[in-house]
Write a protein that binds this ligand. Structure first.
Ligand SMILES: *Cc1c(COP(=O)(O)O)cnc(C)c1O
Length: 369
């Protein structure tokens, strides 16, 4: 490096230390594993691509898309299509996000602030805590029950009483554990919450359970979904549904034009062919059951029940890192959860792939165990 370059780097370093918020300096950025050339079972993506006829039709629309203009600020076509396929109650309003990650941020901006608390359970989706940290909010993570990964009503109700959270996030089914929480306890939490409870239904395409139909029976309930796990992860579209009073406030924090023209057109188009995604996601559900059985039949593996498109599994003590690396060397990428939370010791999380990918995963597993 040139002398000038070195001098500048030091200067920047000092200025960074002086001015960047210490809590941001202390963070590490969200890590995504290198996946080139590997069978990708680490990120809950849908393994299936679009049928050729659908692609052709989509390309025709793309050709006619003008990108010199800003997108429609409210994306009404997208909202209508979402209402049609998701059974959103007529009186509920929608806010759209660039992925549901962005909606978590908008909710936290709307209800957060100095001295405000965001509460969730642990282990769960890490963005709840990360976004609370970005915004300088208090974050409280209440541990789930060991073994079942279900909600611990005693601890949760005590934490709600003590911390009076502005927002409670509950992923249903939960990531990375895959289970649905006890419905009666969920309702108890919604009842006891002083502020908003966001039920994050990112894995809705893989379960029959949902809080969507309860949306207008409780003033404090909001339901969040995403199209990512259904098969449109690359387009980035999330939605928040809830009573008009809450939605109008969250909408104020939405950056103008957050849903770009390609996403608006493509999502509308895809949802008009929703049957394609229903076929794909039901194939994934069937594969999940086969994969669960295959894993349960193996020695030294404890798979946990799943209502999502992934399976959490526990290996014999001390084995997770070595198996994770072994799988990678055999060409299969999964996610190691070991070390991310005490309740996830010796655990890996594998996304359900297509039958060929699942078989490749199982035989790689057999060869490294
Ligand atoms: C994947 C995931 C999300 C984020 O989805 P995007 O819409 O892609 O940002 C949100 N919540 C949970 C629980 C998830 O697993």
């Amino acid at each position: 490096m040139s002398k000038l370059g070195r001098m500048n780097a030091e200067k920047i370093d000092n200025l960074v230390k002086k001015w960047v918020r210490p809590d941001i300096c202390g963070l590490s950025s969200y890590k995504v594993q290198e996946a080139t050339g590997l069978i990708k079972l680490d990120a809950m993506e849908n393994p299936y691509i679009w049928p050729e006829t659908l692609r052709d039709d989509w390309f025709t629309r793309l050709r006619n898309l003008d990108v010199n203009r800003y997108p429609h600020p409210q994306a009404p076509g997208v909202k209508l299509a979402l209402r049609r396929v998701m059974g959103i109650p007529e009186d509920a309003q929608l806010v759209l996000g660039n992925g549901s990650d962005e909606l978590i941020q908008m909710i936290a901006i709307t209800l957060g602030g100095p001295g405000r608390t965001i509460l969730s359970v642990e282990p769960s989706f890490v963005m709840y805590q990360m976004i609370a940290t970005f915004l300088g909010l208090n974050y409280v993570g209440v541990p789930l029950c060991p073994k079942t990964f279900d909600l611990d009503p005693g601890r949760l109700l005590a934490a709600i009483e003590e911390h009076q959270p502005a927002v409670i996030f509950l992923a249903y089914p939960n990531n990375p554990t895959g289970n649905l929480f006890d419905e009666a306890v969920m309702l108890q939490i919604i009842e006891a919450a002083p502020g908003v409870v966001v039920v994050d239904e990112a894995y809705a395409p893989f379960t029959d359970a949902s809080f969507m139909s309860r949306l207008l029976q409780n003033e404090k309930l909001l339901v969040m979904r995403t199209l990512s796990k259904m098969g449109l992860a690359g387009l980035r579209l999330g939605l928040l549904a809830g009573p008009a009073g809450w939605m109008a406030e969250v909408e104020k924090t939405r950056l103008p034009y957050n849903i770009n023209v390609m996403t608006q057109m493509s999502v509308e188009f895809a949802l008009n062919h929703h049957e394609v995604f229903e076929e794909q996601t039901s194939a994934i559900r069937a594969s999940r059951e086969r994969l669960l059985e295959a894993l349960a039949a193996r020695d030294g593996i404890e798979p946990f029940p799943s209502d999502a498109n992934f399976i959490l599994l526990r290996l014999s003590k001390g084995n997770a890192e070595q198996v994770h690396e072994g799988l990678r060397s055999k060409g299969v990428l999964v996610k190691s959860m070991h070390g991310s939370h005490p309740l996830l010791a010796d655990c890996l999380r594998v996304t359900v792939g297509n039958p060929g990918e699942n078989d490749a995963f199982l035989s790689a597993l057999d060869s490294v165990l």
